[in-house]
Design a protein around this ligand. Structure first.
Ligand code: NAD
Length: 370
């Protein structure tokens, strides 16, 4: 059995605790089946942390998250904290942990499970078997660049300013995540920019091209303008393997790609930092969805996005691709048996609760591992 792995759970708010509980069951199943053992700790983040100690992320929790091998987060936020000052809001806890752990690479797979192919807004033949990943730079670019702000000009008109800025170092480190990921997949990387109209895009393209030529000659590298990429994602998404892009374009393109798969309750993500000398990256895994206050506490939420985020953790933090694949196969089989939470319910299928979905998964894992 693989050595103990330190896993920190940050369930957060709303449906967060409900969906993380089901992922925890899967982690514990792995321990019982002696595939890997996890030393699991839990902490508070978001509104839950604010209620407990007046801050959406305490220094102690942050330190524990940094010390863990990987963090699995549920979701934060909800109307209960609407009146809380901006810097103490639940979302501030999430932004702080991403920033403090310097999680600069955000990985968002868009994977279509065949039983859910009908849930996509695109024709089944365009999305059936779709399996792409978008790598988005997460801590740089126009969302952080300076100068920024709104100013009043001498003539009384006002001007809003944001600055798109990337250094070669920032481009280099996220590009390498993209190339390394492509090496583990189908060895194709599409780098997306607006080099036709933006200097930051010209630099982005140059740096990515150079890394490809020098260090990843096995990867088939292409470049695409962001507007064309948006079009290609809905025209023929299966042409892609790994898409690498900046913070702004990644924000938009990853939501677009996500919707090809049909449901928010199915979408996992990973955010990775720089490797330490031992090659271990700081890493936080979380479903793409939020805290869904409208269904929180009612055992209705779909836990699969969180379970699939845990599978990503196995693959990217622990090099346990086989076990990650086992979980993904169990998800596919549960769906193929017609088991559905309310958000992905279809006529003739069996509707289950959050817990019910977790139980069905364990049954399927037992079958697969038998
Ligand atoms: P949301 O993702 O929470 O919910 C959008 C819709 O999708 C809701 O109808 C919800 O019921 C449904 N939904 C989401 N996840 C689901 C799941 N697993 N199973 C079934 N249905 C699901 O987005 P929102 O409503 O815009 O935001 C609600 C709160 O979550 C806000 O406070 C927002 O700030 C926060 N939020 C947090 C994160 C995060 O923690 N990463 C991300 C987005 C939004």
């Amino acid at each position: 059995m693989a050595a103990n792995k330190k896993l920190m759970l940050l369930p957060g708010d709303g449906i967060g605790p409900e969906v993380v509980r089901e992922a925890r069951r899967v982690a514990e199943w792995m321990g019982k089946r002696r595939r890997a053992s996890f030393e699991i700790t839990e902490g508070l983040i978001g509104g839950a942390a604010f209620d407990a100690h007046g801050s959406p992320l305490s220094d102690e929790t942050l330190a524990a998250a940094k010390a863990a091998d990987a963090v699995l987060l549920g979701a934060v936020g909800g109307p209960k904290w609407n009146e809380v000052p901006y810097e103490k809001r639940p979302e501030a806890g999430l932004l702080r942990i991403r920033k403090e752990m310097d999680l600069f690479a955000n990985l968002r797979p868009a994977l279509v499970f065949s039983p859910l192919v009908g849930a996509s807004s695109l024709k089944p033949e365009l999305v059936s078997g779709l399996d792409i990943v978008i790598v988005r730079e997460l801590v740089g670019g126009i969302y952080f660049g300076r100068p920024r702000g709104i100013e009043t000009l001498p003539d009384g008109t006002r001007r809003g300013v944001n600055t798109q800025v990337y250094t070669t170092r920032e481009i280099d480190r996220v590009a390498r995540v993209g190339f390394e990921l492509a090496m583990k997949r189908h060895r194709r990387l599409c780098s997306v920019d607006k080099a036709n109209v933006m200097e930051s895009g010209v630099l982005w393209r140059e740096v990515v091209q150079q890394i490809g030529e020098d260090d990843f000659p096995e990867v088939e590298l292409g470049h695409m303008y962001a507007d064309n990429c948006a079009m290609q994602l809905v025209r023929n998404p299966k042409q892609f393997d790994v898409i690498l892009t900046d913070n702004l374009f990644g924000d938009i393109l990853s939501d677009c790609a996500a919707m090809l798969t049909g449901s928010l309750g199915m979408l996992p993500s990973a955010s990775l930092g720089a490797p330490d000398p031992a090659g271990r990256r700081a890493a936080l895994y979380e479903p793409v969805h939020g805290s869904a206050p409208d269904i929180a506490g009612r055992d209705l939420a779909n836990p699969l996005a969180t379970v699939l985020s845990f599978a990503m953790m196995l693959r990217y933090s622990f090099d346990m691709a086989e076990d990650a694949g086992l979980i993904e196969a169990a998800v596919e089989r549960v769906l193929a048996r017609g088991v559905r939470t309310a958000d992905i319910m279809q006529p003739g299928m069996t509707k289950v609760s959050t817990r019910g979905m977790g139980e069905a998964l364990i049954v399927e894992l037992d079958r697969l591992a038998a």
